[in-house]
Write a protein of this length. Structure first.
Lengths: 247, 308
């Protein structure tokens, strides 16, 4: 089947997911409230200017929002049987998952740009490199959306089961990615572990594009995020394929 | 060319053989019933035919397209109505249809036309902008059927299309199914309702323990078990089932009080016996009928061991 055909079907799935699931309670809870409260619990009471906190806030938000759509949508649709409707349509599994990934991507990008706009208008946030910031948001949103799709391969119809497992993975990453504590302040083990976290590179790109001190050269951040994107996507496709065989 | 052609289809889940080298074909434009007890392999077969899972071995073709190797082409030609009404409850009726149209690559203009046509056919046009979450079970079923017809499929898979519906909704859907056959659409019907299969199907396959145990027309299947004829009798007064046991030629008796069904291979002998019995007991026979085997009798006979 041709690429335009597959792309058209993936886009149809993404539009449907955006219309139906963006305002579902689990999406709002795990995609917006959860990272917001997590961040507030860190920021409130500390004497740090908000503009200094915005790179971290953006990184957490893109991380949680983008990775929450797949784990909400896919188990939900498994329960209603509508995921099978997509799988039995004339479209490849990759395009079905691409549609779901796009829905997570746009959710993450939308929320990140809301923060940028608020930060710029109300708190004088200074963007040093708009294109790099855009690339950072887009690449991170896509990577984390694929992460969500990967976790949604857990064969369950219960959104909570996937979210719980995903949070076991997501929460520790926040503490080793330089968001709440600069990377150079982490113990040597923490610094080594931080290199394994895709969130480290997202945060690093945001620091760079917003004129803060960052850790890695930009090409390294982008290259490693692309590696994680491809890894999450390939693993997601393989595991979802395996699920189809078992069903 | 057959609409569906299945050759030596086999599916294993680990060590479990769910479908065991089944072969059958479905002719274009026929309603083909696929019956079997729970766990017999019906769902697995339909899932393979609709591209949701791959066979372990063997082949299945939809209008010549192999469901494994040309899955997209095969899926373009089929519509599926699963047992569960898997629509998007947050969407309106028309949005469900329009999304399905887009998923199957139908142009915007055509999908708007088709959605309107189908909603008119099912009498749901006035409710087109209402969210389907508010719809009754029967209305949801009709929307799912409409969604399956949006891309004008050549082959339609129906899984328990009328299960749990009221008489009116059930009749309406059966009428539409019959109409679809007249338009030349091939229908692959899975149902537990024997009377529905009997009324609708041109041919029926019975699958049990992963193997096809019989394929024939409903009448042909009934003809295979002539031994399951019966005499249905109603007496003027209540009697016990024990009292009828001495009537010659009776294999099994069901019923209670005044109405009984006596299974036999020799109905004439039983009728004579019933009349003699009634005379001897001073009972009046209110009605007496001979009945051939029903499709349900055939199904029970085949799946409970008679033909295995």
């Amino acid at each position: 089947m041709s690429v335009p055909w597959e792309a058209g079907r993936a886009w149809a799935i993404a539009k449907k997911d955006m219309r139906i699931y963006y305002l579902k309670p689990p999406t709002i809870m795990f995609g917006i409230f959860f990272p917001a409260f997590l961040f507030l619990s860190f920021a409130v009471g500390r004497n740090i200017p908000l503009t200094e906190l915005i790179p971290g806030l953006m990184a957490i938000t893109v991380f949680f929002t983008s990775s929450s759509i797949g784990p909400v949508v896919i188990p939900w649709e498994r329960r209603t049987g509508s995921f099978e409707r997509l799988l039995s349509a004339p479209v490849s599994l990759i395009s079905v998952l691409a549609g779901k990934t796009l829905a997570g991507f746009f959710f993450g990008v939308f929320i990140a740009f809301l923060i940028i706009i608020f930060g710029t208008v109300f708190f004088g946030l200074h963007i040093v490199s708009g294109p790099v910031l855009f690339i950072g948001v887009a690449l991170s949103a896509m990577t984390f959306s694929c992460l969500g799709i990967l976790f949604s391969s857990i064969p369950t119809e219960n959104v909570g089961n996937v979210m719980m497992t995903l949070n076991f993975f997501r929460l520790p990453l926040i503490f080793i990615s330089g968001i709440f504590m600069p990377l150079e302040s982490l113990p040597p083990v923490g610094q080594s572990l931080s290199m394994l976290s895709p969130l480290t590179y997202t945060h690093d790109i945001f620091l760079y594009s917003l004129g803060k001190v960052n850790q890695y050269p930009l090409p390294v951040d982008i290259g490693i995020l692309i590696f994680f994107l491809l890894f999450f996507l390939s693993a997601a496709v393989l595991l979802h394929m395996k699920n189809m065989e078992k069903a | 060319m057959d609409a569906i052609n299945v050759i030596n289809l086999t599916k294993y889940f680990g060590q479990l053989c769910a479908v065991n080298e089944i072969s059958f074909s479905v002719r274009k434009g026929e309603i083909f019933g696929f019956l079997g007890p729970n766990g017999a392999g019906k769902t697995t077969t339909v899932r393979i035919l609709s591209g949701l899972t791959s066979p372990t071995s063997g082949s299945a073709k939809i209008l010549g397209y192999d469901v494994k190797h040309h899955a997209i082409e095969a899926r373009k030609r089929i519509g599926i109505v699963p047992e569960v009404s898997n629509l998007y409850e947050e969407y309106s009726a028309i949005d469900n249809l329009l999304f399905t149209g887009e998923l199957y690559g139908i142009s915007r203009k055509r999908r708007i036309e088709m959605a309107g046509e189908l909603l008119h056919i099912f009498g749901l046009y006035e409710k087109r902008n209402e969210k389907v979450v508010k719809f009754s079970k029967g209305m949801k079923r009709q929307i799912v059927l409409s969604m399956a017809l949006m891309h004008e499929p050549d082959v339609l898979f129906l899984d328990e299309p009328t299960s749990g519906l009221d008489v009116h909704s059930s009749r309406k859907i059966k009428g539409i199914i019959t109409g679809l056959r007249e338009k030349g659409i091939t229908i692959f019907l899975t149902t537990h309702l024997m009377e529905e299969a009997n009324q609708l199907c041109d041919r029926i396959a019975i699958i049990d323990h992963g193997k096809i145990t019989a394929i024939d027309t409903p009448e042909g299947l009934k003809g295979t078990i002539e031994s399951v004829q019966s005499v249905e009798v109603t007496f003027s007064e209540a009697i016990t089932i024990q009292a009828l046991k001495d009537i010659p030629g009776v294999a099994k008796i069901t019923g209670e009080r005044t109405s009984f069904r006596l299974y036999t291979a020799t109905p004439k002998v039983v009728i004579k016996g019933v009349v003699t019995f009634a005379d001897s007991k001073g009972l009046e026979i209110m009605s007496i009928n001979t009945l051939g085997p029903t499709l349900e009798d055939v199904f029970v006979e085949i799946t409970e061991g008679g033909h295995r």
